[in-house]
Design a binder for this molecule. Structure first.
Ligand code: NDP
Length: 424
């Protein structure tokens, strides 16, 4: 595209000027991108072709008691009602003692994929015999992690096809998510294999399917806690359990069930400065581990209790990536009173389960729209141009008219402005 040659080499002001020159934006629009209150140097160092800071709201989820400790949880999301629902689900669980977490191990997996293999069984044996050497090479490539008590722990060899082998390296990455660390280790091992075993390496990279970094959270809720008006808690619990079974049987429902879980998970992962694409990819892959795409959480009624469980891979870092450089992320870690990455992983999983409980509870009782309505009407009011002081009047007008379309919202806004004008 004309004018965008070597765009990455230009400074930010020049990049913005080009947008005006090329008639992509007006000068006024470009001026609106320059907020003097924002530190724009950070973005320029983090990504390429940077033009401005995109803002997503951050709020706090309340009521999260996990392993006996109560947390204030920052969530970053653009979707109305996510934080309200997360807090509501957690409040139900809090009344029943809170969430319990389980983390067995925290190992990241990286792959070196060897192609054009002639005798896969023979090569697999040779690779296994080289475990000690490969672990040594991996650790030599990133010695600081060994000093921190981590490092390469195991290799696994998988024959994927007669001509393709994956050599998996398992690494204790301590407090990091570990992508860069693993990639450095893998490339060192790949280079050795290339020369020592005369293999053709296709690629070497971390796997986001972090099946050795699983987190499980559970909760037990007396069914009586679920009672809503005339609807008995026992009946609601049974319906939640059936909705959970449905998400195990039907991928159409499972996808939406898991989207709800990820509403909570992504929002905390973003607030904590972690890579949410990595978490999304791993979570959805884990949802297919039994051969078809299923709900990540399960709910069962046992005796007089509703028992919820969520297990998924959650390789999160308390250091590295943007964690160490974005001031708001550091502040969020302070709000969470984080001790380490494992604590973050259990918090994120608990939010996923709390979010899921709130969604299922709403779905099997009032339906999802009732709770969403007021927040969505607020967004609608803003979308048609209501100022902060006009929003609640527009929402009230829409509720009174039982309407939720933009034409009615605009009409109400005009009426409010007309009334204000007359009063002046
Ligand atoms: P970094 O490389 O940014 O940071 C990890 C580094 O932090 C370590 O190498 C270590 O360096 C330092 N560190 C300080 N204290 C500790 C500690 N207690 N435990 C462990 N490390 C510590 O990040 P990661 O390697 O974690 O990679 C995450 C980033 O990689 C994310 O930004 C992600 O988006 C990106 N990424 C993701 C990919 C994927 O998911 N497929 C692929 C490629 C990149 P030192 O010892 O030298 O101090």
């Amino acid at each position: 595209m004309n004018g965008f040659n070597k765009y990455y080499q230009k400074d930010r002001q020049t990049r913005l000027d080009i947008l005006v020159q090329q008639k992509k934006l007006t000068q006024a629009e470009v001026d609106s991108l320059i907020d003097p209150k924002l530190d724009l140097t950070l973005g320029d160092t983090m990504i390429e072709n940077f033009i401005t800071q995109y803002q997503i709201p951050e709020g706090l989820a309340l009521n999260y008691v996990i392993d006996g400790k109560e947390y204030l949880i920052p969530m970053v999301t653009e979707e109305p009602s996510v934080i309200a629902a997360a807090s509501h689900g957690a409040a139900i669980v809090k009344r029943s003692g809170g969430f319990t977490s389980e983390l067995k191990e925290r190992l990241m997996i990286g792959q070196i994929v060897i192609e054009q293999v002639k005798d896969a069984t023979k090569l697999a044996q040779e690779l296994e015999q080289k475990q000690a050497k490969l672990l040594q090479l991996a650790n030599e490539a990133h010695p600081s992690i060994v000093c921190r008590g981590g490092g390469a722990r195991e290799i696994k060899v998988r024959i994927l096809a007669p001509d393709l082998i994956s050599l998996d390296l398992l690494v204790d990455v301590k407090e990091a998510m570990g992508a860069n660390m693993l990639n450095t280790m893998l490339e060192a091992c790949a280079s050795y294999l290339r020369t020592e075993l005369d293999t053709e390496i296709l690629l070497s990279i971390l796997s986001n399917y972090a099946t050795r970094c699983l987190v499980k959270v559970t909760c037990e809720i007396p069914v009586s806690e679920l009672t809503k008006g005339e609807l008995a808690g026992e009946k609601i619990a049974q319906k939640i359990a059936t909705a959970s079974r449905l998400a195990q049987l039907d991928p159409y429902r499972a996808t939406t069930h898991n989207k709800g879980i990820m509403n909570g998970i992504d929002a905390v992962v973003i607030a904590s400065g972690n890579d949410w694409r990595a978490i999304e990819a791993g979570a959805h892959a884990y949802a297919t581990r039994n051969g078809s795409y299923q709900g990540l959480s399960t709910w069962q009624v046992k005796g007089d209790k509703l028992i919820g469980e969520l297990e998924l891979p959650l390789p999160l870092g308390s250091v590295g990536g943007s964690v160490s450089i974005v001031p708001l992320v550091k502040l969020n870690h302070r709000l969470l009173e984080l001790q380490d990455a494992k604590e973050l992983e259990k918090i994120v999983a608990a939010v996923g389960l709390g979010q899921n409980l709130a969604a299922l509870y709403a779905l099997v009782t009032d339906g999802i729209q009732k709770g969403h309505m007021k927040l969505q009407l607020k967004s609608l009011a803003v979308a048609v141009g209501a100022s902060p002081s006009e929003v609640s009047a527009v929402v009230a007008g829409l509720l009174a008219k039982k309407a939720r379309d933009s034409a009615t919202a605009k009409q109400i806004l005009e009426e409010i402005r007309g009334n204000d004008h007359e009063q002046k």
